[in-house]
Design a protein around this ligand. Sequence first.
Ligand code: CU
Length: 469
Amino acid sequence: MVSRRDFFTGAAALVGAGLVSRAGAATLPEAPLMDKAATQAPLMPPNGRPYNPVVTLNGWTLPWRMNNGVKEFHLVAEPVVCEIAPGMKANLWGYNGQSPGPTIEVVEGDRVRIFVTNKLPEHTSVHWHGQRLPNGMDGVGGLTQPLIPPGKTFVYEFIAKRPGTFMYHPHGDEMVQVAMGMMGFWVTHPKNPDFMKVERDFVFLLNNFDIEPGSYTPKVNTMLEFNLFGFNSRVFPGIDPMVVRQGDRVRIRMGNLTMTNHPIHLHGHEFEVTGTDGGWTRPASRWPEVTVDVGVGQMRAIEFDATEPGDWAFHCHKSHHTMNAMGHNVPTMIGVDHRGIAEKISRLVPDYMVMGERGMGDMGQMAMPLPDNTLPMMTGQGPFGGVDMGGMFTVVKVRRDQKRGDYTDPGWYRHPAGTVAYEWKGMAPEPARNHSAGGKLMEPVGKPADTLPKVVPKKLRPGGHEGHH
Ligand SMILES: [Cu+2]
């Protein structure tokens, strides 16, 4: 058994400088606290059965105390201030200093004891989503246990029977608490560390918030119109890249605790879904694809061989989910010439700005006056300019010279000469156009104009407003 002091020194050295101490009661295990949302190096298991640790995107793994063969963890449910991306902070609820809470990693067959201290202003509970466990440990407030009142600590204990991918989240005032960011990842590693072994294993949760520009606290009653979509409570460009070495077998595990499904898309490679919330998929049931829909409450583990060097986009394919703090009531202005009217309005409203008459791609570069504490809709800068993305977007960086186990950002990919799309500078011939009668009316090509119907429907005839005399 390791003393609390030894445990903490070891854990701090392993997890890194972001981890700070918080002394618990004498009988409680340490409740380590994370003060920043940067991706921490994998936590190599200091004791217990060996396993291949995961890397939590913009997150960390919770160290444990081994007590007579039981792995003891301490989660503290509490209000936290989280950086969503540089330039924006949010008042969220989470665990041990961050939202989502720390990832819990155990091994199939481990006896696990989790102390949960409630420092929220209201009751809570923790449901261990997907686990096989005694019914009274399932964490459903009112149904399988009394809710944990503010200030109290409850103990959960069970054997992690099934290896796989899990989540944890409250099951008491769940609508509010999940909307405030309360969730965490859980991985039960297989007993045999060589089973489905991969070189890199990334995990994160999908989440959504509705935080009005200029404010700090999510609107918890929002059901559909969220304005921030993220991975682990971060939005692009605040999400770290997933850095891999060329040739690595890569697994990415995702869990969805938002209010809608997210079709997650990887560029440049095909993957297979090797795991769900119910366990590993049977090899004969797998097929290659480049987008996987992750439904609400679901988890998916995808795997691929990172054979292609480059900076490969990885994002939700709902295009509104790769935008930040956007107002959805902005009218479509493509093709509208504002020049005269904009001048008149700006005499009355000095900050008035025409938006979107050539599409919205300009908005990433626009020096638009923003309220405090919000993010432009699309902000990320790449080596060639604005990326026109926000929200659920990051980059899988595949590099030949990345060292084994090295997760540091190698910078932008340097494309070999002649492998980047380029501008055509030769003659640009006029494209063939339809010059038939009617001109701009876009009549069907090849169909003489005089064969088109000449009859004006009765309802559309001038003065034919039946019933409106
Ligand atoms: Cu999405």
